[in-house]
Write a protein that binds this ligand. Structure first.
Ligand code: UD1
Length: 416
């Protein structure tokens, strides 16, 4: 298994381009299942999660062609509306095929994702929404089996804000009879990007980006071309990496407008940030101030940036209180950061991080995607060498990670 070796101490500076957003690309690629016409997507990042989803779509009969960041999907020949456990277990987002399959074929069998490192993560809201739209849904032998002659528009109120739940139900509603209203909808920019793609394909959607989304079902969707939005979490991760090293970087192909909560915290930490229409420049002080935060659905502080901020707080001046409200088990990076010398105490869903003057390189283990990012950030400032094991998690979500870090002057290499 690959490892990443980081020699700490280099100050990051320079310019890199941000890739397309993984969490936007995943639902958007699934949207191709809704039509018999080919759909083309640009700015699709080259990541293991995307490759996994494309394999799953191929298994169903979708014709996939990819050249650089352009992916064209033709779902006219889909003959197998099934997502097997073997695929779904490696990537929970595979559940995003459920809504489109039921909408177009009136039937789908999708494996339950099962547990994952950051918590139980059930899909009950996805199921509840499809049932409200008239589907007969059974959970048997580890699979969700949904069947319906034709979905009907419905009023759906999700018990909590769920990103992929909102996306699944929005896609399903595109081909339903009549109007669907999703209340308590996720407002994440990735939901808006998916809605824009669906509208380009002929869907009738209003309200995406707010907490009530209305979808008027149409008879069929058609061919379209859509550019995937920039990855706001990748952007935030590189901002943190630059900030912790006292760096000065410019990130292009991205936008600060999706990152208000994160940029606000980085400015509180002492960074100077200037934004252009599609670029962000960050200049960091010698040492950051500690910044407390609480994760919550968009537009509040994203749970996917919590681990990275724990890493920057580990070496900041002062003590930060970090509260995680989305996932019940998302502090596994804390013990690994402690191995590097961080002073972190956990009490339930709250972490108390007292900044230390220096971290020291050690061997640590990545436990999930964003936890891995926090270990890289810590490794960049730790004295000596940090070895990060199990970096396959990083390959799921960060395109060209080492080359982007190296372009900014980090001393990093991969050992196979
Ligand atoms: C998405 C993101 C993930 C991010 C998360 C929260 C993708 C592919 N992944 O994950 O990176 O960390 O949003 O911003 O976009 N829940 C239920 N029942 C459900 C659905 C969700 O109880 O049916 C709970 C979850 O366990 C969790 C919370 O709701 O506690 C939010 O989860 P959700 O927004 O659904 O996360 P994902 O969409 O899986």
């Amino acid at each position: 298994m690959d490892k990443l070796l980081i020699e700490g101490g280099a100050r990051l500076s320079g310019e890199i381009a941000i890739s397309g957003a993984k969490n936007a690309a995943l639902p958007i690629l699934c949207a191709a299942l809704l039509t018999t016409e080919p759909v083309t997507f640009t700015n699709v990042p080259r990541l293991n999660d995307i490759a996994t989803l494309l394999r799953l779509l191929e298994q169903m009969g979708v014709k996939v062609s990819r050249e650089a960041d352009v992916v064209t999907l033709d779902a006219s020949g889909v003959d197998n509306p099934v997502a097997s456990y073997e695929m779904v277990k490696t990537m929970r987002a595979s559940i995003l095929v459920l809504g489109p399959l039921v909408a177009r074929f009136g039937e789908a069998r999708v494996s339950l994702p099962g547990g994952c490192a950051i918590g139980a993560r059930p899909v009950d809201q996805h199921i509840k929404g499809l049932q409200a739209m008239g589907a007969d849904v059974k959970v048997e032998h580890g699979y969700v089996h949904a069947k319906v002659p034709k979905l009907k528009g419905a009023r759906i109120f999700t018990d909590m804000v769920t990103v992929t739940g909102t996306e699944n139900l929005m896609m399903a509603a595109c081909l339903a009879d009549g109007e669907t209203v999703i209340e308590n909808a996720a407002r994440e920019p990735e939901v808006v990007d998916l809605a824009n793609c669906l509208v380009a394909m002929g869907a009738r959607i209003s309200g995406a980006g707010g907490d009530v989304i209305r979808i008027q079902g149409v008879a069929a969707l058609h061919s379209a071309t859509h550019r995937v939005m920039p990855d706001r979490i990748e952007t935030g991760t590189y901002l943190c990496a630059a900030a912790v090293t006292g760096g000065d970087v410019r990130l292009t192909g991205t936008s600060a407008s999706y990152l208000d909560a994160v940029i606000d915290k980085l400015m509180d930490a002492g960074c100077d940030i200037t934004t252009e229409r599609d670029a962000i420049r960050l200049k960091a002080p010698q040492r950051l101030n500690a910044v407390s935060l609480r994760t919550a659905p968009y537009p509040a502080f994203p749970t996917d940036m919590q681990a990275q901020f724990m890493a920057i707080n580990a070496v900041a001046e002062g003590t930060a209180v970090i509260r995680e409200t989305i996932f019940e088990n998302r502090f596994m990076h804390a013990v690994e950061l402690q191995r590097l010398g961080a002073d972190i105490k956990i009490d339930g869903n709250t972490a108390f991080v007292k900044g230390v003057a220096r971290l020291h390189g050690a061997t640590v283990m990545a436990t999930d995607l964003r936890a891995s990012a926090s270990l890289i950030i810590a490794g960049l400032v730790a004295e000596g060498e940090t070895t990060i094991e199990r970096i396959y998690h990083l390959d799921r979500g960060y395109e060209k990670l080492e080359s982007k870090l190296a372009a900014l002057g980090a001393k990093v290499r991969r050992l196979s």
